[in-house]
Design a protein around this ligand. Structure first.
Ligand code: AMP
Length: 167
């Protein structure tokens, strides 16, 4: 973990004052660290019958696609409004200030799917909770949620009590 942490850059006051942004670009640029991070993300789920990985725009696409590759399953993008071209399900959720929405293609997942949800980071857990709800809207099961970084002082896990969380 300490090896990975050394490749996560802390940017103070980005994108707004008081937020310390965890920049994962130095980590994903370094081949050995990228491999280590993806291996650490997926190892608990090898052989657990995951049928799909879903990842949140945009940094969830980086780790989610690689995790899907490692698990030998497909990747489903969860996107910001207006980006997905086909019929979608949408869900709005509250942020610390204001609100946001995520969308998923209607036919991306089905009943019987066991989904591993992946993002780079969990902060308050709002994004992940909305993503879980979208997956369930399509009749699929959230097998677990996995993150490279967890800001544990924000207690995002409390919003995801009924799910299996790995970070
Ligand atoms: P939350 O919904 O509060 O758990 O926020 C999680 C989402 O916002 C993830 O998609 C993260 O990429 C992004 N995010 C929130 N806080 C940070 C932070 N301090 N550094 C980097 N990304 C963040």
């Amino acid at each position: 973990m300490r090896r990975l942490e050394a490749y996560i850059r802390n940017i103070p006051d980005f994108p707004e004052p008081g937020i310390q942004f965890k920049d994962i670009t130095p980590l994903v640029k370094e081949p050995a660290m990228l491999r280590l991070a993806v291996n650490q993300l997926v190892y608990p789920f090898l052989g657990t019958n995951i049928t799909a990985v879903a990842g949140m725009e945009a940094r969830g696409f980086i780790f989610g696609s690689l995790a899907a590759w490692e698990l030998g399953v497909g990747f489903v993008p969860l996107r910001k409004p207006g980006k997905l071209p086909y019929d979608v399900q949408s869900l709005s959720y509250d942020l610390e200030y204001g609100s946001a929405s995520l969308e998923i293609h209607n036919d991306a997942l089905h009943e019987g799917d066991r989904v591993l949800l992946i993002d780079d980071l969990i902060a308050t857990g709002g994004t992940a909770a909305a993503s879980c709800a979208l997956v369930e809207k399509l009749g699929a099961e959230v097998a677990a949620c996995a993150f490279v970084v967890e800001l544990d002082f924000l207690k995002g896990r409390d919003k995801l009590e009924k799910y299996n969380i790995h970070s």
